[in-house]
Design a protein around this ligand. Structure first.
Ligand code: CU
Length: 67
């Protein structure tokens, strides 16, 4: 399943890397790509293994809450 979340706090390459690392560490996340320009994160994940709520919670705890 694919999902795109808006993450307004992404401001530089470091943020992009942190967001990608944070999401990729979760079981069930196959791919995570972030864009500094659009401030969006595109996540490919297995909904049987990880929920949208868990994805959002991990972003929030990393300091990048999704809008
Ligand atoms: Cu940054």
């Amino acid at each position: 399943m694919d999902m795109t979340l808006k993450v307004p706090k992404i401001r530089c390459d470091g943020c992009v890397a942190t967001v990608k690392r944070t999401l990729s560490a979760l079981p069930g996340v196959e791919r995570a790509a972030a864009s500094e320009q659009s401030k969006e994160v595109r996540i490919t994940f297995d909904p049987a293994r990880v929920s949208e709520a868990q994805l959002r919670a991990s972003l929030t705890s990393a300091g990048y809450p999704a809008a």
